[in-house]
Design a protein around this ligand. Structure first.
Ligand code: GLC
Length: 598
């Protein structure tokens, strides 16, 4: 019977789709859209609504719920790792979830998302890259693409299919705790880096095993909130919203980005998660976005006091997948009721499921649902670390270098090092590292700046260290590594942007020794540095460089030259903030695009 059906199908298809006659049946492959329509036509409401639910892996009451509720997606929120945080455990975990999904009637595979925002940063031993604020200073989209392809390989090595990256926020007020997640303060940088990052993650999104789905976020205007308040209100004309915050989305869509995440923030006091005009009329219709739109973490809960109403508003606004992520039974049951009651049209459900299935099919998830373990061993590899080291080199910005203090000789008799960020891999990496907020200390494999200095200098050079800067007298040069400790999202909102007293004292103590002082600032944004700058003979903005601290010493000792140009305007005082390239009366400490070289 099967053969007759196949034969008839062949005739119908070949006649109606222009296939050559008598092609072997295997050559008459259904198009992507045909496969999507075939699935949609078979799916129950339960199966459709399940595809639209994304659940935090840690919230699963039972792994069998993946099957029971036909879940379309799982995620690992920041720090949501298997008990044994090693690559093989991640891959085993992913494959375990996927196996349950494939027990469903239609065997629709899961798509699993994670915040790989500066490397596969939840995974111990993964290479941690500079955060985007540093990558913006490279002005090198080819390098960013190369870096994101390395990240894609490390993510794929754990089975995971989808990163909630790149964040293409255009942070306009550095008091915002997420400033470091964007490439910089201009649409120029957003437009330059968004497509490069998408291409690095996705390639052609044609099922190659080193391709993962990218997700440009957070749509739209997240970086424009008043006062830099996280999840706040962006008060702008539509013309300015489009001019400042939209260009990168247009370029990402041209590059074929497969998902977009909506912003918690509001535009002129209307929450983005309920904004049908921006999500459906602009993003999907005007800009022609064909992928799927995902909400942020429990973001629809913020719309009104009534959750079912929130679901109705969000889905009808054009959100296709909801990062629930905890109470998934409630979400699923309420959405089914809304459809049955006609409050969410089936056409909207079908559009959402169509978008999700098309991406899963395009990525080859149906054919290859499990981890390609050939990439697992690449996680943390020497080759991958070399790419991250190059990113560090090209991201650092030299702000001051009086009397050519830099580059340093490798044969100096003694170098004295100080500062809380000199020997602290956690501080060097910043937020979104191993845990959601990141943390100080020896949290993962990498090279601190102090370790890199010791590895770089000649055997005869003495390298000494003191946190506070004491003991510097007699050294040839002092290097003080100061700045911020890790934070993420609103936890990082800060209305002062000053260096800590501890940091300022370390610089002053080093200066008092009467030796040349090199200050290295580890931070997720420009800080108010005037007094410290005046005490420094050389001053380097290193941003959040990640695990490859030797990228810093490559420049300090002159093996490479500084290339980095500021991705943000550097304010003279907090009173100047927000201050951005293109403002009238523009009188910053250092202008957007500034950067010295040797
Ligand atoms: C967070 C962030 C978003 C992230 C998501 C999942 O709250 O806003 O950038 O992708 O939740 O971790």
């Amino acid at each position: 019977m099967r053969n007759i059906v196949c034969f008839v199908t062949l005739i119908i298809l070949s006649s109606s789709f222009g296939c050559k006659k008598n092609e072997p049946i295997s050559a008459v492959t259904k198009s992507l859209d045909e496969r999507v329509e075939e699935l949609i036509s078979q799916m129950t409401l339960e199966e459709k609504v399940g595809q639209m639910a994304q659940v935090e892996r840690g919230a699963l009451k039972n792994i069998s719920d993946i099957k029971t509720y036909y879940l379309g997606s799982l995620l690992s929120g920041g720090g949501s790792s298997p008990a044994n945080n090693v690559p093989s455990s991640w891959a085993d975990m992913y494959d375990g979830y996927q196996a349950v999904a494939l027990q469903t009637r239609l065997k629709i595979p899961l798509i699993y998302g994670i915040d790989a925002v500066h490397g596969h940063n939840n995974v111990k031993g993964a290479v941690i890259f500079p955060h985007n604020i540093g990558l913006g200073c490279t002005r090198n989209p080819d390098l960013v693409q190369k870096a994101m392809n390395v990240v894609a390989q490390e993510v794929a090595g754990t089975g995971i299919d989808w990163t909630f990256a790149p964040c293409i926020a255009v942070p306009r007020d550095e008091r915002w705790g997420r400033t470091y997640e964007g490439f910089g303060e201009t649409p120029e940088l957003q437009s330059m880096m968004a497509p490069a990052a998408v291409k690095g993650f996705q390639g052609k999104l044609s099922g190659s095993n080193d391709e993962i789905l990218a997700c440009v976020k957070h749509f739209v205007g997240d970086g424009g909130t008043m006062g830099g308040d996280d999840q706040g209100n962006t008060q702008l004309s539509e013309e300015d919203l489009r001019a400042i915050h939209l260009p990168g989305y247009i370029e990402a869509i041209k590059q074929g980005v497969g998902s977009v995440m909506v912003s918690y923030s509001s535009w002129n006091n209307i929450k983005l998660h309920g904004h049908k005009y921006l999500i459906t009329d602009v993003l999907k219709t005007e800009l022609g976005f064909k992928g799927f739109v995902v909400s942020d973490w429990a973001a629809i809960d913020q719309l009104t006091a009534d959750y079912p109403t929130n679901i109705q508003i969000a889905i009808n606004a054009g959100i296709d997948m909801v990062m629930v992520p905890i109470n998934y039974e409630y979400f699923i049951n309420e959405l089914k009721k809304l459809v049955t009651a006609g409050k969410v049209p089936m056409t909207r459900i079908d559009d959402a499921v169509r978008r999700i299935l098309r991406i899963k099919l395009q990525m080859g998830l149906f054919e290859k649902p499990y981890t390609d373990r050939s990439y697992t061993s690449s996680i943390g590899s020497t080759e991958h670390r070399a790419v991250a080291r190059e990113c560090v080199r090209q991201s650092l910005v030299l702000l001051r270098n009086t009397d050519s203090t830099l580059p340093l000789k490798k044969s100096l008799a003694r170098i004295h090092v100080a500062g809380k960020n000199a020997d602290n891999i956690g501080n060097q990496c910043g937020g979104w590292t191993i845990s959601w907020q990141g943390s100080s200390g020896n949290i993962t494999t990498g090279t601190t700046i102090l370790q890199a200095i010791k590895q770089t200098v000649s055997p005869s050079t003495v390298v000494t260290f003191s946190l506070e800067g004491t003991g510097a007298a007699g050294a040839n040069v002092g290097i003080v590594v100061v700045g911020e400790t890790p934070y993420a999202e609103g936890v990082g909102d800060n209305n002062f942007l000053t260096l800590s007293t501890e940091d300022q004292n370390a610089i002053s103590t080093m200066k008092a020794a009467g030796i040349p002082v090199v200050v290295i600032l580890i931070s997720g944004r420009p800080l108010i540095i005037n007094s410290s700058l005046s005490q420094a003979d050389a001053f380097v903005a290193a941003w959040l460089p990640g695990t490859e601290g030797n990228g810093v010493t490559d420049l300090l000792f002159g093996d490479y030259n500084f290339l980095g140009k500021l991705s943000h305007t550097w304010p003279r005082s907090i009173q100047q903030v927000p201050i951005n390239y293109g403002d009238t009366n523009y009188d910053p400490l250092f202008a957007y695009g500034f950067g010295l070289t040797y």
